[in-house]
Design a protein around this ligand. Sequence first.
Ligand SMILES: C[S@@+](CC[C@H](N)C(=O)[O-])C[C@H]1O[C@@H](n2cnc3c(N)ncnc32)[C@H](O)[C@@H]1O
Length: 267
Amino acid sequence: MPTNAGHQQPPGRVTYDAELRRHNEALRQACGIQPRDHVLDIGCGTGQTTRQAAGTALAGSALGVDVSAAAIARARELTREEGPGNVAFECADAQVYRFARDRFDLAISRFGTMFFDDPAAAFANIRAALRPAGRLVMMVWQARERNEWDVTIRQSLQAVAGPAAVRQDGPDPFSLASPPAVTEILEAAGFTGVAFADVREPVYYGPDVAAALDWARGFTGTSQALSRLDPAAQAGAVQRLRDALAAHQSDDGIWLNSRAWLISARA
Ligand SMILES: C[S@@+](CC[C@H](N)C(=O)[O-])C[C@H]1O[C@@H](n2cnc3c(N)ncnc32)[C@H](O)[C@@H]1O
């Protein structure tokens, strides 16, 4: 992800759950989980959305899957502390994991579906796990340039280091930003009624500049870019980023605008 998933954040640091608190509510409402639903959470991270789903589907269940062993360990730990009891986690690659067929009423994801090597195969696998009347509801980032958080970070780094320094290697967090491309992928996987809702909510980067800088430096793209610089350029880029984040300070912390798609489809 563009962002550090917040698998093991020390107390007082920003977490992914805190960053996305406004998005979480939009996703929760769109999911419309019913008490008897069986819910599959794709790329569940530390499982906040899985626990929330299970807490609503009290006569049903929720299963969270994530390819990161650290995330799943933390998800299990938090669930032991917080419950609920009808939730389980698997460390697995959602692209190929052999889910029980026709098992789930709903597959959900909060920014956990943009990193598939083979999206066509992944979404076909997810659809096969859904019941005939099942639904998919997932949140993904819109295009990079519509996301102030990404633009702010990239421009700060680029101003000091040049465009080459901000190229990102590896998985692309914006890979599902194009509605026509996503519709094609989902329809090829057997989904119908693909719909997109525009979500405009800010992301939270912490109470002050120090916390926001720490959080932004944890993003894969930021750390990759900084690691390509010599120490002087690195210090200049960090200062530029600090100044850019400081410009977003408000009474309730540092918030940057974002745009996401809330995508829904029928199995
Ligand atoms: C941006 S994080 C979101 C985590 C979580 N959904 C949340 O909102 O807290 C993306 C997650 O997707 C997971 N992921 C990436 N590729 C995956 C795959 N093929 N199968 C399962 N999980 C995957 C990552 O390990 C990461 O935890």
